[in-house]
Design a protein around this ligand. Structure first.
Ligand code: MF3
Ligand code: CO
Ligand code: CO
Length: 256
């Protein structure tokens, strides 16, 4: 397994793709309200990506995925397909955006609260974001992939949550999913070592209850917690720099 080292020209394109993906999440935020359907959110994002950004929504037709974004509500872990069901107050939803611009991918997701956040949901969402940030802070040349897995697993389990094992972060560039697989559990010092110019995602999926998940056999995509309890996920696309990291999908609400 080799992690591709991107050239300066490729990095410049990845910066643009990442920024566009982040801007889709910023655009959609005010629309994530009680009563809206995930199909309506899908349409808004699709039109924005295609018409305003002159970019391509990567999920659409990716291995047969039928929509332009992933919308994962409550017990849905990832890869939720937008549908005609309305969101209701108290729901949590992950919106996962991947755009292709000038041949390069930017991939990012965040959690939204619909209406009023319930305390147990808010805690899960916040701890999951902290899992992502703690892993990101370890990114630099010479770090091992296992460093990220360990910090995420330790922090999640310390808070009595569990880490989903079946899905992981990934290298990204010309391809949506490149080597390596970035596991969200593991041991520090194990796995591949990072070099300047590597670009990959970290995207922990953390469950309130047990870690087991089940794939919806009817649609072939939707992944849910087996115990039907809540799951949360946050994702960024990250570049390894000479002395640390650059978040290619940073939103204006974030500072790194
Ligand atoms: N965006 C997801 C990821 O973070 C992948 C979605 S694949 C799709 O890797 F087909 F469901 F869109
Ligand atoms: Co991803
Ligand atoms: Co994603």
């Amino acid at each position: 397994m080799t992690i591709l080292v991107k050239t300066a020209a490729e990095i410049a394109k990845m910066r643009i793709a990442g920024k566009l993906a982040a801007q889709v999440l910023e655009m959609i935020e005010p629309h994530v309200t009680a009563g809206v359907t995930t199909n309506q959110l899908n349409q808004l994002c699709h039109d924005y990506i295609v018409n305003e950004q002159q970019a391509i929504p990567a999920p659409l037709d990716y291995h047969g995925f039928p929509k332009s974004i992933c919308t994962s509500v409550n017990q849905v872990v990832c890869h939720g397909i937008p549908n005609d069901k309305a969101l209701k107050s108290g729901d949590i939803i992950n919106i996962d955006i991947t755009v292709i611009k000038d041949g390069y991918h930017g991939d990012t997701s965040k959690m939204f609260f619909v209406g009023k956040a319930l305390p147990h949901a808010q805690r899960l969402v916040e701890i999951t974001q902290e899992c992502l940030y703690k892993a990101m802070e370890l990114v630099k040349p010479g770090a091992h992939l296992g460093d990220f897995g360990q910090v995420i697993q330790q922090y999640a389990e310390k808070n009595h949550y569990s880490v989903v094992r079946e899905y992981c972060g990934h290298g990204i560039g010309v391809q949506f999913h490149e080597d390596p697989q970035v596991l969200h559990y593991g041991r520090a010092g194990t796995g591949e070592m990072l070099m300047e110019g590597n670009i990959f995602t970290i995207e922990p999926m953390i469950n309130a209850g047990k870690r087991q998940v089940k794939l919806n056999k009817k649609d072939g995509w939707t992944v849910e917690t087996s115990d039907r309890r809540l799951s949360a996920q946050w994702e960024h696309t990250i570049l390894v720099t000479a002395d640390g990291y650059e978040v290619l999908t940073a939103r204006s609400e974030e500072s790194f």
